[in-house]
Design a protein around this ligand. Structure first.
Ligand code: PMV
Length: 343
């Protein structure tokens, strides 16, 4: 019986969360925290799934997963976002959709046992869901002897985020965790690797309050419908910040990157996706000397990131975050994307 294990990183967004949903530019990076998906071919009628971190076990028929994936694609194309939002409450559903769409396109589907676990904090904002979706697709593809095909994996994983984000994900999360490194992203043109001269020193501050990506994305969509001129102006501003961010990241101009992060955060406040605890951790980081700080991901909870100019400063920021009631994470960014283990 064939087996495979795939490990996939999480991610942070340096510039452009929310505006990327509206085809503006974003910059993101993979982080050195991973999810793991293990697959083992079986001869049963059922796919058996074990979500270790949730202690959930379930069995799914192949045909059921395939038709579920089709149903989600139809709901998304008909913009039935409320129905998709309801389905997002069950953590099995996005995984079932990714399994369904991957198997449907695969010539030789077989049944399997799958075990999913993750070391990516689940507060939200670090791509824990997207990372698992990419791993699920990659393991199934490797069962049929396929080499890692990142384009296919990112496409299949995207359907998981359609459910997790209630309808309109930009694709930045699934692309970042799949391709790894630093990426430039735009919905209609996709991924472009971003070459950097030396690594950015980031501190992640976890609020411990679950991010509410679905709510935040839905709220921004409604705001855009209600106040199109005002919101479009903010989105345009975020696009220019990301555009400038790309130039400054390539130049390693840390001071400018920090300044742009602060400006990006001001726009996110304007979209009302921040949270008092995020603001507290951002202030604490800036007080400790961070060059810039902003929320990262969907917001309304979840995580923030701060940029440091030295390793000593990184530690100082981390202490300040912890003293303010957050959990500080210092980790390497720009790491490799989805990969098969043991090869
Ligand atoms: O909260 P996360 O890590 O899933 O990030 C969401 C990023 C958004 O830009 C808000 C949504 C998207 O699909 O790009």
């Amino acid at each position: 019986m064939k087996t495979a294990t795939v490990s996939t990183p999480g991610k942070i967004i340096l510039f452009g969360e929310h505006s990327v949903v509206y085809n503006k530019k974003g910059i993101a990076s993979a982080i050195d925290k991973h999810s793991t998906v293990k697959i083992k071919e079986n001869t049963n009628e059922f796919i058996s799934l074990f979500l270790k971190d949730f202690n959930i076990r379930t069995r799914i028929r192949i045909e059921e997963a395939v038709s579920f994936a089709e149903e989600i694609k139809t709901l998304a194309s008909e913009k039935k976002f409320d129905q998709i939002k309801k389905l997002s409450k069950n953590p099995i559903n996005p995984i079932k959709a990714v399994i369904g769409t991957t198997i449907n396109k695969d010539k030789n589907p077989s049944s399997f046992d799958m075990v999913i676990s993750s070391r990516i904090p689940k507060t939200g904002g670090l791509g824990s869901g997207s990372s698992v979706f990419a791993g699920v697709s990659a393991t199934i593809l490797s069962l049929s002897g396929n080499r890692i095909n990142k384009k296919k994996i990112a496409e299949n994983a995207y359907l998981g985020d359609v459910i997790a984000h209630a309808g309109t994900p930009s694709g930045i999360d699934t692309s970042t965790v799949t391709y790894g490194g630093f990426i430039e992203y735009k919905k209609t043109t996709g991924v472009k690797p971003l070459k950097i001269k030396s690594p950015l020193l980031i501190v992640i501050g976890d609020t411990g309050i679950p991010a509410r990506t679905k709510t935040a994305v839905t709220q921004v969509r409604r705001m855009l419908e209600e106040k199109p001129l005002q919101v479009k102006r903010v989105l345009e501003e975020m696009d220019s910040i990301a555009e400038e961010g790309i130039r400054q990241v390539k130049e390693n101009n840390f001071e400018m990157i920090g300044k742009l992060m602060n400006e990006n955060q001001e726009c996110l406040r304007g979209l009302r996706v921040s949270h008092p605890k995020l603001e507290k951790l951002i202030k604490a980081s800036l007080r400790a000397g961070a060059l810039g700080a902003k929320l990262s991901g969907g917001g309304k909870g979840g995580i923030m990131i701060a940029l440091a100019e030295s390793k000593a400063m990184q530690k100082k920021i981390a202490r300040s975050i912890e003293n303010t009631g957050g959990k500080a994470i210092i980790t390497t960014i720009g790491v490799e994307g989805v990969k098969r283990e043991g090869l």
